[in-house]
Design a protein around this ligand. Structure first.
Ligand SMILES: Nc1ncnc2c1ncn2[C@@H]1O[C@H](COP(=O)(O)OP(=O)(O)OP(=O)(O)O)[C@@H](O)[C@H]1O
Ligand SMILES: [Mg+2]
Length: 507
């Protein structure tokens, strides 16, 4: 067979052929399979590790078995079959096959090994083992079944023995485990080497992206004390839309209208929220309201946005190389953007001195620009912006910074993940202006929590604060959206038991 070693098994193993990956990371990109085998066997094989084939896109069917707890016996059998496979197969040849053919090849050989070794297992168990071994050799090992599921938002691996996932806003433990930290490290290495990066003791922090667009962070020992920590924000193949957010109860249909108008009439928007609260999702949804004629430039640390418009330029930052050179920061990108004749600038996450450049861009004819920022309330978002600008080394008086913020940001949309795991848009807030030294904000729509139901779900309602003429009214007029805006605002109003509007609560 093609992938099988043709030479005498006792003869020296073939040297790896020219690696498919860039030469710089090849020596470090220890393939998962041989290293896992070596770490599992008593005496590590003294062979040069051949290069494994590149992992296939993570689209293998989920193996339900991987998600459940397995016995030690299973892992012993797997290790022994795995070692025999590595001794039999020529990984260099295997690398030349496409993913499906390589998988078939491995399945054939593993089936034979199981027969020769007289391993007693049911057909279902054998299928599971076959799938598991294929995943180890060709893909991301025990992670494969999780990567294949589209209902998972995050995968969090805390060392070889513990993996959590987030499903429907809730954290869950899984039965997924790796043979040992070395196997986990090899998989991390394999993931990051695809984007030309390396993760090891000397460079223990790394961001990367899976071929499907999922965002990956790895932090390795000695910084991660209990073994490598791998975090994956799964890329949603079907991006969420505003309509779906309405279906999920994250916003009301009226608030959806208001957001659509805000996007369409070119308000400058800041989306604020905690980690994983849905900021990027919301930004993606808002960009859906942008006209197809506009030229949009996106700047991100890890490209996550999925804009549907035809005229989009996507930019991504770059971390420094191993010598500490070549870094391209968000600020570099935003500054460069301004020389690219953008109509709108979209910044995936504002977290440093680029805040100043983004505000300037918003102020100077790039209306309709947007960005996200980590903060828990719209008010806090403003102070975060202030501190980012101050930390950028601009010796501007605080009042000037605030005036700049008022002159640039029109709307702050606040996203939150509530204690029951649900994600809500809790505020649509306008930046009104300055009163003496303070920036004044005006909520248009707020989410009010009214209690919990028996199953622990948070109950609440979105309501308009009764503002009939928001500050961006003139813009809405200009784009002929004033009728829709007035309707959406009044329809979201909630009246008290006497039929009077509920009092406004500003943040
Ligand atoms: N309103 C929503 N309802 C249900 N799921 C949502 C909602 N908004 C976002 N999600 C899901 O939550 C996860 C996190 O969303 P997202 O990446 O937008 O968060 P984020 O705030 O940008 O996170 P980070 O701070 O890590 O950048 C994704 O899987 C996304 O599909
Ligand atoms: Mg995000």
């Amino acid at each position: 067979m093609f992938g099988r070693r043709t030479s005498d098994p006792s003869a020296p193993k073939p040297k790896p052929s020219a690696p498919a990956q860039p030469a710089a990371e090849a020596p470090e990109a220890a393939p998962a399979a041989p290293a896992a085998a070596a770490s599992a066997s008593a005496a590590p094989a003294p062979k040069a590790p051949p290069e494994p084939p590149p992992p296939p896109p993570p689209s293998q069917p989920p193996s339900s078995g991987n998600a459940r707890q397995r016995s030690e016996e299973y892992y012993d059998v797997k290790t022994s079959v795995f070692n025999a496979l590595i001794d039999t197969i020529d990984l260099t040849q295997l690398a030349k096959l496409d993913a499906a053919a390589a998988r078939d090849e491995i399945r054939d050989i593993v089936s034979e090994i199981i027969q020769i070794k007289n391993v007693v297992m049911s057909i279902a168990e054998q299928e599971e083992l076959l799938e598991d071994i294929c995943n180890d050799v060709l893909g991301y090992g025990p992670l494969e079944p999780l990567l294949a599921r589209d209902d998972i938002a995050d995968i969090m691996v805390n060392g070889a023995d513990t993996t959590y996932i987030e499903v429907a806003g809730k954290m869950q433990t899984t039965g997924v485990r790796f043979s040992d930290n070395q196997q986990l490290m090899n998989i991390c290495q394999r993931i990051v080497s695809q984007v030309g990066r390396r993760v090891d003791e000397s460079s223990p922090i790394c961001d990367a992206r899976l071929p499907d667009g999922s965002r990956v962070n790895v932090i390795a020992p000695p910084l991660a004390i209990d073994g490598p920590a791998l975090t994956i924000r799964k890329f949603k193949k079907d991006r969420l839309t505003l309509d779906q957010l309405v279906k999920f109860g994250s916003i009301t249909a009226q608030a959806e209208d208001i957001l659509q108008i805000i996007g369409r009439v070119r308000c400058n928007v800041l989306i604020s929220g905690g980690t994983g609260s849905g900021k990027t999702t919301l930004l993606n949804c808002l960009t859906g309201c942008v006209d197809h004629e506009e030229r949009i430039i996106t700047c991100e640390d890890s490209a996550e946005l999925q804009l549907q418009q035809p005229h989009v330029v996507r930019l991504e930052t770059r971390p420094p190389n191993l010598e500490g050179e070549g870094e391209i920061t968000m600020r570099d990108l935003v500054k460069n953007c301004l020389r690219m004749r953008p109509e709108r600038i979209i910044v995936g996450e504002v977290r440093g001195p680029e805040a100043f450049d983004l505000l300037q861009a918003m102020n100077t004819g790039h209306d309709g620009s947007m960005g996200t920022l980590h903060a828990n309330t719209p008010r806090e978002a403003l102070s975060r912006l202030e501190s980012m600008i101050m930390m950028g080394g601009y010796s501007l008086p605080i009042k000037t910074i605030r005036e700049m913020i008022c002159g640039s940001i029109d709307i702050i949309v606040q996203a939150s993940r509530l204690r029951d795991g649900s994600r809500k848009i809790t505020h649509i807030t306008e930046v009104l202006g300055m009163e003496e030294d303070t920036v004044t904000l005006q909520n248009l729509v707020v989410f009010e929590i009214t209690g919990d139901d028996d199953s622990g779900r948070v109950l609440g309602r979105h309501r308009s604060t009764g503002i009939a003429r928001p500050r961006f009214w003139d813009r809405a007029l200009y784009y002929n959206e004033e009728g829709r805006l007035a309707e959406a605002l009044s329809a979201s109003e909630v009246l008290d038991e006497h039929g009077n509007p509920l009092g406004e609560s500003n943040g």
